[in-house]
Ligand binder design. Structure first.
Ligand code: HEC
Length: 296
């Protein structure tokens, strides 16, 4: 409990300090360009597409584009493929739903490369789709924030949300370990309580709750909210279901421990949780690496 207070205090101090230092930075070319790409390119180059066109599925990940010399030669638009295809009018193609780029948009992209292709400073704006998925997030990222830097809270949330990709590994491994060991014990026809299973599902559940909460925070900043929201929604609810399942399994596990023997209820809950966790993890992987990331 004392730790929570400490962390809360720390967060408050952090936000206060940074708010004080939060002067308005010069034009944020990175964010401007990302908005242009979000409007004009995601139809074919979104990370959520199973097969992004031209194997270029990270149009909203500007740091990644900038660090790929085949796309962008920093400060040198003439030798940047990205600028070549835009300048030649090849991208977006004539059949693009969002239409061609305005001259001012082309100039912004060129200026961005000339400026050394800086990373966006603002958090991505939620699109209509992602806003529908999670209206509550709108309060954190004001929809009309392109002129202003993203609020400190938004940036803090963005950073905290990133921990999602780190934390998810714990519930995945712990519930899988619990399910694996419990299967072995069923095979051995043992009705006793394994302290290892009890440990794994307890901390697996704790990890699952934290991971789900962090995932919720991460979603609007992840870039996957743009384009197809379907994949994100599926991943989100699979994750939430896995966390709920894990908590139920952990509660049953503790009840069993009091009783002194394993119940079928616990086992059903545990295996369901392990399956859900695997599904949520797989959907998350597909979100980031594409549907075919497990293809041989
Ligand atoms: C209607 C679909 C569509 C839209 C919209 C679209 N592209 Fe493309 N893009 C393609 C296709 C198809 C290819 C592959 C062309 C090829 O390989 O000949 C491609 C290839 C590219 C490539 C080359 C990738 C590589 O490594 O060879 C770049 C860069 C690119 N697009 C940038 C953009 C940008 C920037 C936008 C938005 C301003 C955009 N595209 C919008 C369909 C699209």
């Amino acid at each position: 409990m004392r730790h929570c207070t400490l962390i809360g205090l720390l967060l408050c101090t952090l936000s206060a300090t940074a708010a004080a230092a939060g002067e308005r930075p010069p034009a944020d070319l990175g964010s401007a360009v990302r908005e242009i790409f979000a409007a004009k390119c995601v139809q074919c180059h979104a990370a959520t597409l199973a097969r992004p066109k031209g194997k270029f599925g990270y149009v909203l990940d500007l740091p990644r584009i900038a660090s790929n010399p085949k796309m962008v030669v920093k400060s040198d638009p003439a030798h940047s493929k990205l600028w070549e295809v835009i300048n030649a009018g090849d991208m977006p193609p004539d059949d693009a739903k969002a239409g061609p780029l305005a001259d001012s948009q082309k100039l912004a992209i060129r200026a961005w490369i000339e400026a050394g292709a800086p990373a966006p400073r603002a958090a991505p704006r939620p699109t209509a789709e992602s806003a529908a998925v999670d209206a509550s997030m709108e309060q954190m990222v004001e929809p009309d924030s392109d002129a202003r830097p993203a609020s400190l809270v938004a940036r803090l949330m963005q950073w905290i949300g990133k921990l999602h990709v780190l934390v998810v590994h714990f519930p995945i491994a712990l519930t899988a370990a619990a399910a694996g060991l419990e299967s072995w014990r069923m095979f051995r026809k043992s009705a006793g309580i394994s302290p290892v299973v009890r440990f794994c599902i307890f901390f697996g559940a704790a990890g699952a709750v934290v991971a789900a909460a962090l995932g919720w925070i991460h979603a609007p900043f992840s870039g996957y909210a743009t384009g197809t929201a379907g994949a994100l929604r599926l991943h989100r609810w699979a994750g939430v279901a896995a966390a709920i399942g894990a908590v139920i399994a952990a509660a049953l596990s503790e009840a069993d421990a009091h009783r002194g023997r394993r119940t079928m209820m616990f086992r059903v809950a545990l295996f369901a949780t392990a399956l859900l966790t695997g599904a949520a993890g797989h959907l998350g992987g597909s979100l980031v690496y594409g549907d075919d990331f497990l293809r041989w």
